[in-house]
Design a protein around this ligand. Sequence first.
Ligand SMILES: Cc1cc2nc3c(=O)[nH]c(=O)nc-3n(C[C@H](O)[C@H](O)[C@H](O)COP(=O)(O)O)c2cc1C
Length: 165
Amino acid sequence: MARFPSGVAIVTAHDQQGRPHGFTASSLCSLSLDPPLLLVCLATSARCYPVFARSPQFAVSMLRDEHEHTELARRFAGKSPDKFAGGGFVPTPHGGTVVAGALAVVECAVRRRVGAGDHVIILGEAEHVALPEPGGRPAVYVDRGFGSLCDADLARSDTPRGPTP
Ligand SMILES: Cc1cc2nc3c(=O)[nH]c(=O)nc-3n(C[C@H](O)[C@H](O)[C@H](O)COP(=O)(O)O)c2cc1C
């Protein structure tokens, strides 16, 4: 799977005291257009798992291929006791805590959790989407390293595009 490139996101949720928790995720996947569902997988061994096991909401911040964002991805994949202390987050009007300058933000209501091996699949319905301009380029994770897309023609009008949930 390390050879399969993916985007990178930070997924956040709040505990019952209102404190944010989060983890770096590459297991993000769009799932359904109607209703608009996505999924993310979280290891049950993660320290933040108990928070995601209870929280009725979570937020996905898709990261750019910029140094600040790849540093955030490293921080949120690590074991720092307070991952949010280094900054880089902003509150949303809907009660979420998301990455400042994210490529896109999707705030979700949890619809289902499905245990699968040592992970849980969390299905969320998109309730609020923020697509700041300019779009920028996504961070890419492949071969256990961060990179970026080098295809300058990504926005070409003749590029076939799939549905965009
Ligand atoms: C690029 C990248 C993607 C990751 N994707 C996932 C993921 O999709 N699901 C997961 O459970 N852990 C994933 N991880 C590992 C978690 O981010 C890491 O275990 C994190 O420390 C868990 O948070 P914790 O401090 O609550 O244990 C990923 C790590 C990296 C570097």
